[in-house]
Design a protein around this ligand. Structure first.
Ligand SMILES: Cc1ncc(COP(=O)(O)O)c(C=O)c1O
Length: 376
């Protein structure tokens, strides 16, 4: 089976992790690996501060917790995203309000934001879905007008840019994931980047149980969202390879584009018109004129040894969110349609041109065979 993703981990990562363990960088905040990784990754993003945490989910949760909002306040989020984006609001007793998607880029539709703002709206979390950058200049303009805090969900967009600036550097905070399938990985892990020194200090405090002096007497209720030193050591090595990984991801996407062009009825990922799309995953949408449904196509690809994943179930359809008090029902027809018709193909940066061509030929063959059956 060709997997949807395989991380690129070399002997340098293994050596760095082993060396960190030998130095005792196992738990707590010991050693240099964590501050060095924070500095390197924040600098890569064009930000002053990086706060390493245990996952992308923890990064988003902590970013929202640092805002000290009132229970029942609302946070706008992209409808089409991993549940972690909405849970950052939910677990802070805030109401996530979904913004429907835009049919071309599959990112949140900027035209819908202002109509969703109420007197309780405090923040917005745009997601750069599959590595496609949101137009952050326009989003920040809307946010400024309405006094909203901006937290970018960059779990899928390491290295993506908007008008030559890195995603993650536009908002008050940018949250990254280093889960195994992300552009770079630390196994589990995440980071918040920011240019605001007060926010950075607060995040560092909250991440580590809000220890102050005297030790063991706590003014603030914090969390343990620390990253381990050996994960950070791996992250540092990965950070040095990030541009190479992105180059490969773009190569994979362009190769798919070339070979899938001849398949009609499939919407391919839109190139970015505002910056660099890093194609975290290569998503496609099955259109009505394709001879099979998305589910049928996925089943046949699986039978042919090709693994795929559907797009996200949108936040307006999540049962766990609907039960929350203050839940706001918002229609998201585009995100719902993407959930039914979208899926992504194997997107590992290791994929060769030959394998990608083989996958594309399989898609083409399935479409042609169904077409022939339908017209027989
Ligand atoms: C858009 C988005 N946000 C948040 C997360 C959560 O990150 P993690 O798995 O590191 O908790 C993910 C992915 O896993 C994601 O794709």
């Amino acid at each position: 089976m060709i997997p949807v993703f395989e991380p690129v981990i070399g002997e340098e990562e293994v050596a760095a992790v082993v060396a960190a363990i030998r130095r005792g960088e196992i738990s707590g905040s010991f050693g240099e690996s964590i501050p060095r990784f924070e500095e390197a990754f924040a600098a890569y993003c064009g930000c002053k501060y990086g706060i390493a945490v245990s996952s992308g989910t923890a990064a988003l949760y902590l970013a929202v917790a640092a805002l000290d909002l009132k229970a029942g306040d609302e946070i706008l989020v992209s409808a089409s995203t991993n549940i972690a984006t909405a849970l950052a609001a939910y677990h802070n007793n805030l109401v996530p309000v979904p913004i429907d998607s835009e049919p071309r880029t599959w990112n949140l539709n900027l035209d819908l934001i202002e109509d969703l703002i109420t007197p309780r709206t405090r923040a917005i979390i745009p997601v750069h879905l599959f590595g496609h950058p949101v137009d952050m200049d326009r989003l920040c303009q809307i946010a400024r007008k309405h006094n909203l805090v901006v937290i970018e969900d960059c779990a899928e967009s390491h290295g993506a840019t908007c008008h030559d600036r890195m995603t993650g550097s536009f908002g008050d905070m940018g949250c990254f994931s280093f889960y195994a399938n992300k552009v770079i990985t630390t196994g589990e892990g995440g980071m918040i980047v920011t240019n605001d020194s007060r926010i950075a200090e607060k995040l560092k405090l909250l991440r580590n149980l809000a220890f102050t002096t005297p030790r063991f007497r706590h003014e603030i209720a914090g969390y343990n969202f620390r990253m381990t030193g050996y994960s950070a050591a791996m992250g540092l090595v990965q950070c040095n390879k990030i541009e190479k990984v992105i180059e490969e991801k773009i190569r994979v996407a362009k190769t798919y584009d070339r070979f899938l062009k001849k398949v009609s009825g499939l919407q391919l990922p839109a190139p970015s018109t505002i910056g660099r799309h890093v194609y975290w995953m290569y998503g496609v949408v099955v259109q009505p004129d394709f001879p099979l449904s998305r589910d049928e196509l996925q089943t046949q690809l699986r039978d042919a040894g090709i693994d795929t994943r559907t797009f996200f179930c949108p936040m307006n359809l999540q049962p766990c969110l609907q039960e929350q008090s203050g839940y706001r029902q918002v229609k998201c027809p585009v995100a719902e349609s993407l959930w039914k018709t979208g899926f992504y193909l194997p997107s590992s940066p290791k994929l060769t041109e030959q394998i990608i061509q083989g996958i594309a030929e399989t898609v083409y063959g399935i479409a042609e065979a169904s077409h022939a059956k339908l017209t027989a």
